[in-house]
Design a protein around this ligand. Structure first.
Ligand SMILES: NC(=O)c1ccc[n+]([C@@H]2O[C@H](COP(=O)([O-])OP(=O)(O)OC[C@H]3O[C@@H](n4cnc5c(N)ncnc54)[C@H](OP(=O)(O)O)[C@@H]3O)[C@@H](O)[C@H]2O)c1
Length: 248
């Protein structure tokens, strides 16, 4: 079902840079009346508030801090569209037995999975009260197939994919639409060392907003993700074979 952005009030986590900042720009361009831009450090939001004036409201939010999540829900009772964008990528590469996989993997789960779960729980009643609304989870192509070089990050993003499906089923009754976004490499700080061709955050954000408006439950916002999404639908085992060769 299509979800028009015009006139809506949104909240975007991790809005101070990268894909999150670009999503705020794209939502405003699509006619959102207000966007709460949430970040750990609200000073980092100055460029967004300078660009968009009072249509962007800065909000302090670390998605791993329950008290800050509760305060955000209190401060933003008019939210109709929640974009769970904040994300963390820790250790990559090295040996399978490297201890950092576990230490960094726990942090990745905290932000990428439990953060999304906690935000969705806190805002589900608000979305329900405001007519149903929508939740958009920024997952990854690594949600659909593991990139072994990013083993623990991939697992956290697979967890987000599973949670996206559960949220869709559990909130259907209150009319909340749930979108999963599965980007490939996007040119942000997180992907600085990723050795693939990258899509700009602005282009990815525009495709994400277009996907929401078109009502696509799975959104593939860049050329690599379009190809991998098609390969995943055609045969997940063959996709695993292809991607696993990258680990060597
Ligand atoms: N770039 C890619 O190739 C790519 C591909 C697929 C999916 N993604 C996903 O897209 C999303 C955005 O990533 P990006 O590429 O824009 O990366 P980025 O530039 O590194 O931005 C990450 C954002 O998440 C925020 N963040 C991290 N931990 C947080 C926490 N505990 N609470 C609140 N905010 C937190 C960061 O805030 P600080 O500035 O305070 O650290 C920053 O705003 C992530 O979910 C990522 O996994 C990215």
């Amino acid at each position: 079902m299509s979800y028009p952005i015009k006139g809506k009030t949104a909240l975007v986590t991790g809005a101070n840079r990268g894909i999150g900042e670009a999503i705020v720009d794209a939502l405003i361009k699509a006619g959102a009346s207000k966007v709460y831009a949430a970040a750990r450090n609200t000073k980092d939001l100055a460029p967004l508030t300078a660009r968009h004036g009072s249509r962007v409201v800065a909000l302090q939010l670390d998605v791993t801090q329950p008290a800050q999540i509760a305060a955000a829900a209190q401060a933003a009772p008019d939210v109709q569209l929640l974009v769970n964008n904040a994300g963390y990528a820790g250790h990559s590469g090295g040996a399978f037995t490297d201890a950092q996989w576990l230490a960094e993997g726990r942090k990745e789960m905290e932000v990428n999975y439990f953060g999304v779960f906690a935000l969705s729980q806190a805002f589900a009643p608000i979305l329900g009260k405001n007519g149903g609304g929508a939740i958009v989870n920024i997952a990854s192509v690594a949600s659909l197939v593991s990139f072994a070089l990013f083993a623990s990050y991939s697992a956290s993003k697979a967890a987000v994919h599973s949670l996206t499906q559960a949220t869709r089923a559990l909130l259907k009754g209150q009319g909340t639409q749930v979108f999963g976004v599965y980007p490939g490499p996007i040119d942000t700080r997180m992907a600085a060392d990723v050795p693939f061709e990258k899509t700009s955050p602005a282009a990815a954000a525009q495709a994400i907003v277009a996907g929401i408006e078109a009502g696509q439950e799975e959104i593939f916002p860049d050329p690599m993700s379009v190809n991998m999404g098609a390969a995943w639908l055609a045969g997940p085992k063959e996709l695993e074979r292809q991607v696993s060769t990258m680990a060597g």
